[in-house]
Ligand binder design. Structure first.
Ligand SMILES: NC(=O)c1ccc[n+]([C@@H]2O[C@H](COP(=O)([O-])OP(=O)(O)OC[C@H]3O[C@@H](n4cnc5c(N)ncnc54)[C@H](OP(=O)(O)O)[C@@H]3O)[C@@H](O)[C@H]2O)c1
Length: 300
């Protein structure tokens, strides 16, 4: 099968097209013919070696967490079933024509969603939902600050925070103000340009990190939590609470809820570009640059 591998860490040019053996599903695993695989910000960080200190990868290594495709064999589903899911974050393997996945990580794609739309959901959706429900356990009526709320993770966090009956303040790029208000934010400020002048926050959900987020975290109530998914840390000095790094977990029931929410139109997940798998290096350049306004999806 065709796959894109890295044989060393570095820039986008280390992504190489190769032919490799088809994966052999182990007991409990499903073999999926990949029809679409999302490029997440973490992909270029793994490629660059940013996580090498805590989880070194062995080469050749196939990147790619979020896949959608058709079942080609193995456990859990009938052949031909349309499935989507987030792969194990350390094993990965999505940038390929086929991947073997524990069946519990997959769910059937709801009617009305095509493969690219389904591939755009898993990691971003699970992270946004879980930040709200597990990261800070947001309660009705609470006031939460969400940073980067027009991004892939942030828009899911915004949706599920509103679904919990929270009052949501979004800190985003100035150009994203109208976008987050249209998604249901109660208030918005330009991150890094404006301070917050309203009532203090019960909790903070962060997807950006850095000094500008730290300045807003100063408006957290005592006892509130700062849950961050961002790889750029929030400087903790002088804050009312220590930022807690939140790591997404695979969860089939959460994934099923996300699929239904997107299929019903309750959450919009924009797909910015479809790019052939062979052009993975170009896709990485785009995602690394930011400002895409939606997911970049590779098509094997
Ligand atoms: N811990 C975990 O388990 C986990 C899981 C998923 C993601 N993550 C991490 O979470 C972060 C967000 O992921 P994502 O998929 O949502 O990325 P994304 O789609 O690129 O969204 C990030 C959003 O933040 C905005 N942004 C970036 N820098 C900003 C700044 N300085 N000021 C204001 N806005 C800024 C971006 O705007 P532009 O597009 O205009 O740049 C974009 O709207 C990444 O660091 C990712 O690696 C962690």
């Amino acid at each position: 099968m065709r796959a894109i591998v890295i044989n060393r860490h570095g820039g986008p040019d280390v992504l190489e097209r190769v032919m490799m053996d088809m994966p052999a599903p182990q007991p409990g695993e499903t073999l999926v013919r990949v029809a679409a695989v999302a490029v997440n910000p973490a992909d270029f960080k793994w490629r660059a070696g940013m996580f090498q200190a805590f989880m070194p990868v062995t080469f050749p290594h196939v990147l790619g967490y979020d896949i959608a495709g058709e079942v080609a064999g193995g456990a859990g589903f009938s052949p031909g079933t349309r499935v989507f899911g987030a792969l194990d974050p350390f094993r990965k393997g999505g940038y390929a024509e086929y991947v073997a996945v524990p069946a519990e990580y997959l769910r059937e794609i709801p009617d009305g969603l095509d493969f690219p739309a389904a591939a755009a959901i898993p990691t971003a959706g699970l992270t946004g939902l879980q930040l709200v429900e597990r990261g800070v356990d947001l309660q009705p009526g609470q006031r939460v600050l969400i940073t980067g709320a027009l991004g892939a993770v942030g828009r899911f966090a915004l949706h599920f925070a509103k679904a919990r009956g929270a009052h949501v303040v979004c800190a985003v790029r100035a150009a994203h103000r109208d976008g987050v208000m249209a998604l249901g934010a109660d208030a918005v400020l330009a991150l890094g340009e404006e301070d917050w002048r309203g009532a203090p926050f019960d909790h903070v959900i962060d997807t950006v990190g850095g000094e500008a987020v730290a300045r807003l975290c100063a408006h957290l109530k005592p006892g509130g939590r700062i849950a961050t998914a961002a790889t750029t840390p929030i400087p903790a000095e002088g804050l009312p609470a220590s930022p807690e790094f939140f790591a997404v977990r695979s969860c089939g029931s959460d994934l099923a809820r996300l699929g239904q929410a997107v299929a019903s139109g309750a959450i919009k997940v924009p797909v910015a570009q479809l790019i052939p798998l062979d052009q993975a290096a170009e896709a990485h350049r785009l995602v690394e640059r930011g400002g895409q306004g939606g997911k970049v999806i590779l098509i094997p």
